[in-house]
Structures are given as structure tokens and as C-alpha cells.
Design a protein around this ligand. Structure first.
Ligand code: HEC
Ligand code: HEC
Length: 414
């Protein structure tokens, strides 16, 4: 169905949105809102026809294309002791984790460890003084006067969580979607399906000090791709830059930075951080789904589509590739209380049990699912939904054979 909508252009999107809308999701907010709009009312100018994995967005200018290629080179470039790697780190380049399959920018499924301590009174201690919450399991080794070693989870920690590397396809479209849209999606859910309603994470933009909506990361802890680039350069590679000037203290012990062989800012003009951002902004979404039909209807009728939202439209932009483009992430990028599926970590605005809805575009190439790769089959991933996802889990379990097969077919086509 999605393919058909794309092939025939905007007109058929009406059919796409209208199809199978079950009574429990309510009627569209306002019959006057044109159907080529997302639930926030943002009207699409174009519907994105995705290319192959790893392709840039269609319609980039020559300048944008060259920034994409330049960014891709930086994204794959190995850091070393000479360029500022470490002292502690997790990999030597972004592609150490966001590698093929299926293309550069994807995920090799590497799982990182987060840790912290849940106190008796229920409060969460990120154990900052012990290097929490992100574990850095590599280090640069012997330097003049000292040998750096990878971190280990401290004895004080009583919460540890695995976090799978997320694929990056299409995230430029999410970045180009205004905060107001995510707040409107949350309001739409609260009005129509309050028991499933998510909330937009409110996080601080370190550049401006203002509260903005977090959309990236498993806990929607980061607001923009630019910030994720700076954050990942620091926390994954050990590369300091203007927005993230302070080196990670190994195991939380900042005195150990006295031996840092490259104490000066590693990316002083922020050019590498900008290049990583360019690559991710211009990286196209996964290819369009192959199937729709009855499975897509089941997906809506048992509530999956409330959180795994099939359609969002970017804001107005002077760059045509981002200007009111309809895209199909199968996520609302909001936080939901997932009960026992929550990872126990407090991060950004997210409480221990809250997780961001995992986008389902590209699902067919995910061998391992959920934040800690606990599921290797679709049925197991659905069965792990708890909290606000429990009703959908139960509805899935109660499906007849034909509906169940149709739903799994549909998911396998994403
Ligand atoms: C050692 C593995 C590793 C390396 C190296 C790495 N990442 Fe990641 N990346 C992850 C993991 C794990 C997550 C999930 C983070 C979380 O929320 O806990 C992630 C998430 C992301 C996201 C958010 C995706 C989404 O769906 O919201 C972006 C953007 C990103 N990484 C960019 C980068 C960039 C840019 C670099 C290089 C500077 C980089 N990463 C290097 C493991 C890695
Ligand atoms: C209340 C919101 C909500 C509902 C309803 C919901 N999900 Fe999810 N889903 C999530 C969240 C949040 C995650 C990420 C959880 C995690 O890994 O911690 C997720 C993860 C997934 C994943 C794993 C994706 C990956 O790449 O790891 C699949 C598959 C999935 N959901 C399918 C479904 C299906 C099918 C339904 C309907 C039966 C459904 N979900 C209903 C919120 C929801």
C-alpha cells in the first residue's frame, strides 16, 4: 500500500491514511485537514520515494551531494593517538558500530553498556564519579608515565543495560521535523488513545541553553543530529570539539587526564562534527516497504500504529530535500512507559521505564531487536512489549492465524 501511495503520488496517501482506521483510534481530527498531512496537521508537498540503503536523499543540490560524500569519508575515518582518540573510547570511528550491513550508516548491532545505581528511595544515581552512565571499554594503553585501560562496570552499580547501536538511515528527515510536530503527536495521542500516549522528551540544547524536544537515542535524550555528532565524537571516540570541550574522565577519575597525550581540543573548529552531521542529514531512509494490504490494517487495528506512527511530515525548509516531505518511520519518536521492557536508566528526560518507540523502517534487515537485543524474532519482540505496550501484546497474542500471518508479513516488508 505504501508503495502504491508513492507510485501514484499524493492523491493515494488519502487512501493510505484512511485505510483500516479502526474505531478505537478515532476519526481524523478535522475532516477539513487535507489527507496528505500528518496527525499534527502538517501538509506534505512530496512523499519520499526512498532509494537503496546508503543512498543520499533524492534531489540534493551539487553542494549537498559533495557535503554528503565528504561527511561519509569523515564518518569512516579512523582516529588514532595522533588525532585525539581516547584516552578511553568505544571504537576508533563512527563506522566501528554504524557499519554495514546493509550499508554504511547502518548498525553492526554492537551493544554498549550503560550503568547506574538505583537507591533504596527509588532515586537514580548515574554514578558520574565512577564514569557513568556510559561504559568505555577501550583505552589508548601506554603513554608517557601511565597506562590507560578500558573501564569496567563499578561495584556500586546495581543497574546495567545493553544498548544496541541504532541505524541512521533517514534521520535527517526526523531532524528536519519541528519540535511542535512531536508535541502535537503527543497531544493527538493523549486526546484519542490516552492509555497509549507518549510524551515528547524535554532536554536542554547545550548550544543555546533552551529546552527543546529530544528525538534521538533509545531514550530520546538528544535533540539534534548535530548534537548527537558532537556527543558521539566525545563519548564513543574521545574526540573533543567546541560544544563538547571536556575529555571523558576515565572511570570518572579526572586526575587521570593529566597523562592525556593530546589535551588540546581535538576538533577545534568543529569541522569533523559538522561532517558527521552532514552525512547523517543527507543519508536517505530505508527502501520503501514491499507490502501493505491486510497486515497494515491489522497493524493499525491492534494499536501498533499509535506508537509506530506510519507517517510524519517535515517542516517547511529552503532546502527542497527537506521541505514538507512525508516520510514513513513507523515511530512517533516519543517516550513511552514500557514497564519491564524499560532499561532502568534515567537519561535526559526519560524515566527508568521509558523508552523511545523504535522506528520500524528497515526492520527487515534487523536480525536482533529491542534495545538490548533480547529478541531475535518479531513475535518475541512483540511479546516483550509491556507497560503501555501490554495491550498491543495481548491483542497480538489473540490474533487468529490469518491476521497474525498477515501482520508478520507486513512487518517483514518494512
Ligand atoms: C562503539 C559503538 C558506537 C560508535 C563508535 C558510534 N556509535 Fe552512534 N550509536 C551507538 C549506540 C549504542 C547508539 C544508541 C545510543 C543510546 O541511545 O544509548 C547510537 C546511536 C546513535 C545515533 C542516534 C540514532 C537514533 O536513531 O536516534 C546517532 C545520530 C549516532 N549514534 C551517531 C554517531 C556518530 C556521528 C558517531 C561517530 C562520531 C557514532 N554514532 C559512533 C553506538 C556507536
Ligand atoms: C505504547 C507504544 C507501543 C506500542 C503500542 C507498540 N510498540 Fe513496538 N515498540 C515500542 C517501543 C518503545 C519499542 C522499543 C523498546 C525497547 O527496545 O526498549 C518498540 C519496539 C518494537 C520492535 C523492535 C524494533 C527494533 O528495531 O528493535 C518491534 C518489532 C515492535 N516494536 C513492533 C510492534 C508491534 C507489531 C506492535 C503492535 C502489536 C507494537 N510494536 C506496539 C512502543 C510500542
Amino acid at each position: 500500500m505504501r508503495k502504491a501511495a508513492r507510485a501514484a503520488g499524493a492523491g493515494l496517501l488519502a487512501a493510505f491514511l484512511g485505510c483500516g482506521r479502526p474505531a478505537d483510534l478515532g476519526t481524523p481530527p478535522d475532516a477539513a485537514v487535507p489527507p496528505v498531512a500528518d496527525v499534527s496537521g502538517q501538509v506534505a508537498k512530496t512523499d519520499l520515494a526512498g532509494g537503496a540503503y546508503g543512498d543520499p536523499l533524492p534531489g540534493l543540490s551539487a553542494n549537498e551531494q559533495s557535503r554528503f560524500l565528504d561527511g561519509r569519508r569523515a564518518f569512516a575515518l579512523n582516529e588514532s593517538n595522533l588525532t585525539g582518540l581516547g584516552p578511553v573510547f568505544n571504537a576508533i570511528s563512527c563506522t566501528g558500530c554504524h557499519d554495514a550491513p546493509p550499508a554504511l550508516g547502518g548498525t553492526n548491532q554492537r551493544v554498549e553498556i550503560r550503568f547506574g545505581r538505583r537507591n533504596a528511595d527509588g532515586t537514580f544515581d548515574p554514578l558520574t564519579s565512577r564514569g557513568g552512565t556510559l561504559l568505555h571499554d577501550h583505552a589508548i594503553g601506554a603513554v608517557a608515565g601511565f597506562t590507560y585501560v578500558g573501564e569496567t562496570v563499578p561495584a556500586q552499580a546495581n543497574v546495567t543495560a545493553g544498548r544496541r547501536t541504532q541505524p541512521l538511515f533517514g534521520l535527517g528527515l526526523v531532524d528536519a521535523t519541528p519540535d511542535s510536530t512531536f508535541r502535537a503527536i503527543a497531544a493527538y495521542q493523549a486526546a484519542r488513545t490516552p492509555q497509549l500516549a507518549g510524551r515528547a522528551a524535554s532536554v536542554v540544547d547545550p548550544g543555546t541553553g533552551l529546552a527543546v524536544v529530544g528525538k534521538f537515542g533509545w531514550k530520546s535524550q538528544i535533540p539534534t543530529l548535530f548534537q548527537f555528532s558532537g556527543d558521539a565524537a566525545l563519548n564513543e571516540l574521545g574526540i573533543t570539539s567546541p560544544l563538547f570541550p571536556d575529555e571523558v574522565c576515565p572511570g570518572g577519575d579526572c586526575s587521570l587526564l593529566a597523562f592525556n597525550p593530546l589535551p588540546a581540543m581535538n576538533d577545534p573548529d568543529g569541522k569533523d562534527v559538522q561532517r558527521f552531521t552532514d552525512f547523517m542529514r543527507f543519508l536517505g531512509p530505508p527502501p520503501p516497504a514491499h507490502a501493505g494490504g491486510p497486515g497494515a490494517v491489522v497493524f493499525e487495528s491492534i494499536g501498533c500504529a499509535v506508537c509506530h506512527l506510519p507517517l510524519i511530515v517535515t517542516g517547511a525548509s529552503s532546502e527542497p530535500s527537506f521541505d514538507r516531505v512525508a516520510y514513513h518511520p513507523y515511530s512517533d519518536f516519543l517516550l513511552h512507559d514500557m514497564g519491564t521492557l524499560g532499561d532502568g536508566i534515567v537519561q535526559g528526560d526519560a524515566r527508568p521505564q521509558e523508552m523511545r518507540t523504535a522506528p520500524l523502517w528497515g526492520l527487515s534487515v534487523q536480525g536482533q531487536m529491542l534495545h538490548d537485543v533480547r529478541a531475535t524474532t518479531l513475535a518475541a519482540a512483540i511479546a516483550a512489549h509491556d507497560g503501555q505496550g501490554a495491550a498491543s501484546r495481548a491483542a497480538f497474542a489473540a490474533l487468529g492465524d490469518a491476521d497474525r500471518a498477515a501482520l508478520l508479513d507486513f512487518l517483514g516488508s518494512l
